[in-house]
Ligand binder design. Sequence first.
Ligand SMILES: [Mg+2]
Length: 266
Amino acid sequence: MSSPRERLQQQLAAPLPLHPQLVLVTDLDGTLLGGSSAWRRRVYGWLQRRREQVLHVFCTGRDLRSVASLLEQDAAHGLVAPHLVIGDVGCTVACGHSLAPVPLAVAPIDALWQGKPERLLPLLEGVAGLSPQPLSSDRRLAYYYDPEQFEPDLVSALEAHGVDCLFSDNRYLDLLPAGINKGTTLLALLELLELEADQVVTAGDTLNDLAMFETGLSGVMVGNAEPALRAALPRLSRTYLAEGHGCEGIVEGLRHFGFGHLLSDL
Ligand SMILES: [Mg+2]
């Protein structure tokens, strides 16, 4: 009988590093895609050289199609595919190489999502201040919202159907299966892979990253983080607020958490 770790590996198109020294979990927009071009090139090149020591996970609100086009576009900056992708704000887990969803990690989320769109979509139709994002709706519904127009009373009516409403960056509203977010999906993945918590550093910049910081894993809030996320900092015991923006902030955080020895060739 194979272990969950072995079964998950079998569902990936490329092997994971055998003995990673760091598991780096980065949000994309504003975080791994943030900072100066020079810093981005440095960090992307470093990730490429350190592939066997640094297990890299994207943890993003983007769907897989959007991640795929990003990897094509941003090749100019030297961005390479990560080992794993947590997409759709925690509702999708995929192989970074093939971008194929990983059934072992996705099935429990899928089970929670069954029947939800049918119940939610009628409540969302024609609501003032809401417009659908042009994303796939795999295990979540994604909208733009206008804080001036959107009526917050709707939130409890929606959440009564077993979803969480997640507002982020003053413009995004995601409806996710209740209890699923970037943080819970990351913890489930780490458990499946039998990875130790003290090897992990997360990084993010907006409110949909708060759940990662709330896991208690080491976290880097990059210097360009949105004010609503910064406001949570005092209660986040393992989160470091960097001065540097985007990629520069990630590096600052890695040094802060004692991973400077891996940065010698940055
Ligand atoms: Mg972001």
